[in-house]
Ligand binder design. Structure first.
Ligand code: UFG
Length: 338
């Protein structure tokens, strides 16, 4: 059984990916410092999968700690999720973002190199496309970032491309996620943000549970069908599957740089999400239109043909399924994963 290190494995996308890895015969080894997640996630993953997990409480900025994982285990590959991810916070604290996200990536690659581990999947983001010239977005669109968080994603993409040129035996996959929402059907794991959520779905579910009074819709004057922002929402379990398919591809291919958009290929507006959520909860959800959020773009959705053709990546869940599972998680965990 191949060992795969999952940094940030207790986090939102990481934890769902751990399940997909187990289901596909890989042995995930979780590395997480629990700075933005809970160690309880490990127990819950064991309950869901009925599988004994290996996990390490490590911050990837500490290279010596990270190296212990590679000394103790024979590692086939790494999926690197760990990183800071809040756009607004990155604008306020850019050095913190550069320090954490860049140093941890450099450490991961250095330790992999030392231990002859040659397969790395990196969690990139649709944010690297900035405000795209048109939609849907293809992988070869020009890249442009507007905030330090996005810049760490793009810098890491570039660092890894330099690295594979110099080390042809090393394989890298850059997965550009669109907007992950939803939760595992058990309701045991899901998106568990600290404080007031920045993102649409956790904000809506907190309105539904009565923790927040109403949804603020950031602008209804965009050039979109109903005036609100359009995004490509993807169920986190579909996104998780994209990682396992990528690992399988890395086992077969000789190519050493793979780049894929992971989305559904379908854009949905804020109002469409709100209305699907109303169906899932069974009542109206209060909202107010407020001004646009600085830095937001009108429309962002993927063309996912490349991932379909090369990986067999196909999404299964629709927007209603995503809303329903997010709501199920919120109801079962009104105060998050405690
Ligand atoms: N929105 C609201 N009200 C809210 C929150 C969001 O109306 O309270 C709207 C936004 O204006 C946008 C849409 O809902 O139109 C989605 O917003 P999110 O904050 O959920 O997601 P973003 O598309 O802004 O950002 C996400 C990730 C980023 C990533 C980016 C890539 O959070 O990390 O996708 O496209 F960089």
């Amino acid at each position: 059984m191949k060992n795969v290190v999952v940094t940030g494995g207790a986090g939102y996308i990481g934890s769902h990916t751990v399940i997909s890895l187990i289901e596909n015969g890989y042995n995930p080894i979780i590395v997480d410092d629990y700075s933005n997640s809970s160690p309880k996630v490990i127990e819950r993953l064991e309950k869901i999968t009925n599988y004994k997990l290996t996990s390490y409480k490590i911050n990837c900025c500490n290279k010596n700690d990270l190296e212990e994982v590679f000394k103790n285990n024979d590692i086939f590959g790494v999926i690197h999720f760990a990183g800071y991810k809040a756009v607004g916070e990155s604008v306020a604290k850019p050095l913190m973002y550069y320090q954490n996200n860049l140093i941890s990536l450099l450490n991961v690659v250095e330790v992999m190199h030392k231990h002859n581990c040659n397969n790395l999947i990196f969690s990139s983001s649709a944010t690297v496309y900035g405000d795209p010239k048109s939609v849907p977005i293809y992988e070869d669109f020009p890249l442009h970032v507007t905030n330090p968080y996005g810049r760490t994603k793009l810098m890491i993409e570039e660092i890894l491309q330099d690295y594979v040129k110099a080390n042809p035996n090393f394989k890298v996959a850059l997965l550009r996620y669109f907007n992950p929402i939803g939760a595992h059907e058990s309701g045991l794991i899901g998106e568990d943000p600290n404080g007031i959520p920045n993102n649409l779905m956790p904000y809506i579910t907190q309105v539904c549970i009565g923790k927040l009074p109403y949804l603020r819709v950031f602008g209804n004057d965009y050039n979109t069908p109903d005036g609100t922002g359009v995004r490509d929402y993807i169920h986190v379990c579909d996104l998780a599957k994209g990682h396992t398919l990528t690992l399988k591809k890395m086992e077969e291919t000789n190519e050493n740089l793979l780049i894929y958009n992971l989305g559904t290929g379908k854009g949905s507006s804020v109002f469409e999400v709100l209305h699907e959520m109303e169906k899932a909860v069974g009542h109206a959800i209060p909202y107010q239109i407020v001004s646009r959020r600085p830095g937001d773009i009108a429309e962002c959705y993927a063309n996912c043909d490349k991932a379909y053709k090369e990986l067999g990546f196909k999404t299964e869940y629709n927007l209603f399924d995503m809303c329903k599972s997010s709501w199920n998680f919120q109801q079962k965990n009104p105060d998050g994963i405690k």
